[in-house]
Design a protein around this ligand. Structure first.
Ligand code: AMP
Length: 282
């Protein structure tokens, strides 16, 4: 497994793979790996000849007062896990090279970012699309893999790829959960044992909504109210949003017919946790 720190070195390496006719799969990450990250890498391993991952805690996607400084990091452990799933190249850029002091260019998907996390984290998606566009130009992948855990991020990236004609296939991978249902996240490490119990309310809220839909409920307001009441009954929780929206446009839905995205963001202690599911009306 090769470790690359310099932008130019990564570009030269990718050019070499391409000249050899090799297909490159790419998994961008912020590190502190769990099984969610590893599932993306395993899928990438299956889909291409060369598997490149990046580890970069991207400063420009964190807002003031967010957890950039505390974000968990453990490079040694990450490298050994990456090696275990057969990663070929780990790109670990330096912040100073990614964003030199005279850096001036940002990329923004407009409509889709005016919903959900885009409203509570202004500038977040601008930071994400900017870094992902830069990484695409550096790694030059044929395939890029993203987790559906960050559903809005996934569709924002798909839109960026479509709108800017990137010749890259964007693959969404299922949410990997702990045994009890909590979606895996590097931010789960912020939870105390008591908060960890409360954190299950996101998954339980999803299960509650799914049951209501199964029982025939179609009114989004009623489903949302039930989920909110459930989450609010748990200690340490503070809801950022609970929304039912169109899975492609992210516009709020009043009534469910066909498929709807249920998306939640809840603060539990100092961790801001997100989860989602597609509610299907049969
Ligand atoms: P991060 O390091 O948190 O930026 O995540 C890197 C990639 O892993 C993103 O595409 C995430 O959506 C994905 N990911 C994070 N957690 C999970 C999970 N529990 N299941 C599936 N994918 C995940």
């Amino acid at each position: 497994m090769k470790i690359v720190n310099k932008v130019r070195q990564m570009q030269v390496l990718s050019d070499k793979f391409k000249k050899e006719g090799k297909k490159i799969a790419f998994v961008p990450t912020m590190g502190y790996f769990h099984k969610g990250h590893l599932s993306l890498m395993e899928r990438g391993r299956e889909l291409a000849d060369i598997l490149v991952i990046s580890i970069f805690v991207n400063p420009i996607q964190f807002g003031p007062g967010e957890d950039f400084m505390e974000y968990p990091r453990d490079l040694e452990r990450d490298l050994s896990l990456a090696e275990g799933v057969g990663v070929d190249v780990v790109f670990i850029p330096e912040a100073e090279e990614m964003y030199p002091p005279d850096y001036q260019t940002y990329l923004e998907v407009t409509g889709l970012t005016q919903h959900l996390c885009g409203l509570s984290r202004p500038g977040h998606f601008r930071g994400v699309t900017t870094v992902v566009a830069k990484l695409f130009n550096i790694v030059k992948p044929d395939i890029a893999l993203f987790g559906l855990k960050d559903y809005q991020q996934y569709i924002v990236i798909k839109r960026m790829v479509r709108d800017l004609n990137y010749d890259i296939e964007v693959v969404g991978c299922p949410i990997i959960r702990e045994e009890d249902g909590l979606a895996m996240s590097s931010r789960n490490t912020y939870l105390t044992p008591e908060q960890r119990k409360s954190a299950l309310c996101l998954y339980q809220g999803i299960k509650l909504a799914e049951r209501l839909v199964r029982e025939g409920q179609r009114d989004a307001k009623i489903i949302i109210k039930e989920v909110i009441d459930y989450i609010e009954s748990k200690p340490y929780t503070q809801i950022d949003y609970v929304k039912i929206c169109h899975p492609e446009t992210l516009d709020d839905l009043e009534y469910l017919n066909d498929k709807a995205l249920l998306a939640l963001a809840v603060r539990v202690g100092k961790a801001r946790l997100i989860d989602n599911t597609i509610l299907e009306v049969r």
